[in-house]
Structures are given as C-alpha cells and as structure tokens.
Design a protein around this ligand. Sequence first.
Ligand code: SF4
Length: 121
Amino acid sequence: MEEKNFICTACPMGCKLIVRMEGDEVVKILGQRCRRGETYGRQEAIAPQRMVASTVRVVGGLHPLLPVYTKGTIPKRRIGDVLAAIRAVEVKAPVKATQVIIPNVIGTGVDVIASRDMPEK
Ligand code: SF4
C-alpha cells in the first residue's frame, strides 16, 4: 500500500491529508475534518487539477503584458501545454476584464480570460 501526503487547500484550515492507495485506487483518506477534504484528497491523488495564471502580449495597450488566468482548473499534467498556448497569443487593446482570450484552451473545456482591463495607449 502506498501513502500520499497533501495539505488540503479547500479552506484556510489546511488539514494534513494522508491518502492510502492500492495501485490507482484510493482505499482510505485520513486527516480531513470535512467532506471537502475527502474530495480534495481523492482528486489530488488520482488526477490533480490547478488554476493557471500568466500573461499575454498586448498590441497597442497601456502596458505590454495583460494578466490572464484559467476560468477553471485544468489537469496539472497539462499546465505546460496551457502555458505554451498562452505564450503563443497576442491580443489587441482595448481588452475588458473577464474577456475570453483563449476559448477552450488546448481542448480542456476551460477558457483563458483577462484578469483586468487593458485600455489603449
Ligand atoms: S479537510 Fe475540510 S476543514 Fe480541513 S482544510 Fe480541507 S476543507 Fe478545510
């Protein structure tokens, strides 16, 4: 049996989780103080997900870079591909906060959106 250790980030309590695995299967989760921790531990052990934040180049904007983030979580193993897709993009000012910059980034079903307004220069 394998044990994986995580800190639950579903709330500020930060419970220390121990997830016991047999192969790819979760057999026991310890240390959680609520159900959210159980869900988090299971997800983290089997298929961890993350939000991604980065910047894209802006043409004609007040600043040369626009901060962006994924509207939802994506599989952790795809972070590099998402960052490469973001790096390949250039947007034209003006841009509004929450405007979709890359729809369905690399087929994940998650959009990359602007985290702030970017007015024209
Ligand atoms: S297990 Fe529950 S109480 Fe503990 S950090 Fe996660 S969400 Fe918070």
